[in-house]
Design a protein around this ligand. Structure first.
Ligand SMILES: Cc1cc2nc3c(=O)[nH]c(=O)nc-3n(C[C@H](O)[C@H](O)[C@H](O)COP(=O)(O)OP(=O)(O)OC[C@H]3O[C@@H](n4cnc5c(N)ncnc54)[C@H](O)[C@@H]3O)c2cc1C
Length: 547
């Protein structure tokens, strides 16, 4: 292994994995540091009870809330990061999300870039992550320079029925963008078997377009790439001027020892909470409040969405297997009688008795003629997302024991309630309110909402003013010459769609910038591994996945 690298990337998830993938063709020596290991392919990947009841893939970390109460955060430390368990719903933010938006509890701030400026990287990310969808169906979408590489995943009969019924009622349902390795025209060539285990599960056959499968695995044989597992970055070392990172300090676990790695450029992509933690723990004489933190912004403005999972239980059995094919953005923006935006509605992975166990023990009382098995057969499952605001006091700090403290108070609850009311109307239209509509927590074994930090973002926001942001427009720390951040920390606001695609797009953007800075080309990166397009927009081959 080389002693010194051109670039060290910390974290292999949506941000770090994608950035490494972008930089790899430059030929520069790249070290990827990952605190976890590869997520094992095992039957439990697809088994609801170990996944949702036992929390098999959740880290054993302890974090504290603002009052100091400990909780177990829903974080996942594997190659691929949170994308190993994600639902692969790969949405773009709306153009309006890049500007200021007035919400019931305040203003969601503008980004230092417009949607149109950011758009080229959305297209690159959609092609890299093999997104299936149909640009042009959702009226709230911004422009796209290229159609999705794959046609949308087709609705199964029950979902098609719901879509038709919504359309007749004047709604604008659209095919949701899905990152899966599916070829509906040629099942034999398809890795995805279209099962019900995308959302919250790891994919046993590696057919989910996650950061391990798409970004990191294809790099493993490249001579300029080094991946170190079980390598938790604990702090960065800085020169006396406070402007140059000189070392990345890594804890290799109980049996290992601390090592220091060096590179010309260091990129943090450990996830919004852990990236802030690393910077805060890197305080030194040169930067007593933490690295890159002269503005006192590191760790602040934490956002994670107001999210609600809702199951509608109708008379009809819902035989759908892959349920995540439909979205509704009719309430995303203000207007049409709405003073404020409410958010996005999309479908969840199909619930199962195993996933409901422990989560809805009262369900059998409410529908005594159904057991959990039967209730799950009738359920149609939805996911509601409302934007929360970046508030300075919603912040990550580090406790004396080295663990994260996450102080958080929600905003825009009235909007979330408004979206839920609209959801009930939707359910009425599609005949799913006949029995019961139940709130349910997606993370059934965890009752602390703060623990559901799947969509964490905002702790090192980018901007043009060093007094109010941590990163500049290229996601380089304002105060440090060789330090970048490429995970969801950079979000100045979070919008109301899932953050994954925006993190991936931004990582490609930052990766290209770093390649240029190093005098290299990254043009092979995102595009070279994109599927080839045959006639009709179908890639001729899916990316092959080494075992
Ligand atoms: C269950 C679930 C479902 C989701 N569904 C969707 C969805 O459908 N669509 C969507 O867009 N988004 C979804 N998300 C969110 C999405 O996965 C995240 O927004 C995205 O992965 C964030 O990317 P990131 O690079 O910031 O962090 P991550 O992808 O989490 O990557 C962080 C990486 O850093 C590593 N790491 C952490 N600390 C250290 C350290 N100190 N040293 C070294 N390595 C470290 C971690 O192990 C991890 O590999 C979901 C998330 C979850 C958990």
């Amino acid at each position: 292994m080389a002693d010194e690298f051109d670039v060290i990337v910390v974290g292999t998830g949506a941000g770090g994995g994608t950035l490494a993938h972008t930089l790899a063709p430059s030929g520069k020596q790249i070290l990827l540091l990952e605190r976890g290991t590869f997520l094992k392919k095992e039957l439990e990947n697809w088994d609801a009870e170990p996944v949702f009841v036992d929390g098999r893939y959740i880290s054993s970390d302890t974090w504290y809330d603002g009052d100091g109460t400990p909780f177990q955060p829903q974080v996942h430390y594997f190659v691929g990061g949170a994308t190993k368990l994600y639902g692969a719903a790969l949405y773009r933010l709306r153009p309006e999300d890049f500007g200021e938006i007035q919400h019931v509890d305040g203003v969601s701030p503008a980004w230092p870039m417009s949607y149109d400026e950011f758009e080229p990287w959305y297209t690159k990310a959609e092609w890299l992550y093999q997104v299936h969808g149909s640009h042009g169906e959702d009226p709230t979408e911004g422009h796209c320079s290229k159609q999705y590489p794959w046609p949308p995943v087709s609705h199964e009969p029950r979902i098609q029925q719901i879509s038709d019924s919504l359309q007749r009622a004047g709604y604008h349902p659209f095919h949701a963008p899905c990152g899966i390795l599916l070829d509906e025209a040629d099942r034999a060539a398809s890795t995805c078997i279209r099962c019900a285990t995308c959302d919250g599960y790891a994919c046993l056959v590696h057919a989910k377009a996650d950061a391990e499968v798409i970004a990191v695995r294809p790099l493993l044989s490249q001579p300029n790439m080094t991946l170190l597992l079980n390598s938790e970055v604990v702090r960065l070392e800085i020169d006396p001027s406070g402007r140059t990172v000189t070392g990345v300090v890594v804890d290799h676990g109980p049996d290992g020892k601390e090592e220091i790695y060096r590179a010309s450029i260091v990129v943090l992509a450990a996830g919004a909470a852990n990236t802030a933690k690393i910077l805060l723990r890197s305080a030194s004489e040169a930067c007593p409040n933490g690295l890159a933190n002269g503005s006192d912004q590191v760790g602040r403005n934490y956002m994670f969405h107001l999210s609600k999972a809702v199951s509608g239980f109708g008379e009809d059995v819902n035989e759908t297997v892959f349920q995540k094919t439909l979205g509704i953005n009719d309430f995303y923006l203000a207007g049409d009688g709405r003073e404020y935006p409410l958010g996005n509605i999309q479908m969840l992975g199909k619930s199962s008795a195993g996933a409901m166990k422990g989560e809805e023990p009262h369900l059998t009382k409410l529908v005594p003629h159904w057991g959990l098995e039967e209730a799950a057969r009738h359920a149609v499952d939805w996911w509601l997302t409302t934007e929360d605001l970046p508030k300075p006091d919603n912040r990550v700090t580090v406790e004396e024991d080295g663990n994260i403290r996450l102080a958080y108070t929600s905003s825009n609850e009235a909007e979330a309630e408004g979206l839920y009311k609209e959801m009930r109307k939707v359910l009425n239209h599609v005949g799913l309110a006949k029995h019961h509509v139940l709130h349910k927590s997606f993370y059934m074994s965890m009752n602390i909402p703060l623990a559901g930090c799947a969509h964490q973002a905002g702790t090192c926001r980018f901007g043009t003013d060093p007094a109010t942001s941590v990163l500049d427009v290229n996601c380089k720390a304002h105060e440090v010459d060789n330090l970048y951040v490429a995970d969801t920390s950079f979000f100045p606001s979070i919008g109301a769609v899932n953050p994954g695609l925006t993190a991936m797009a931004n990582a490609i953007r930052v990766g290209e910038h770093i390649a240029e800075r190093l005098g290299a080309s990254a043009t092979g990166g995102a595009w070279a591994n994109s599927p080839r397009v045959g006639s009709g927009g179908h890639p001729a081959t899916a990316i092959s996945v080494p075992r």
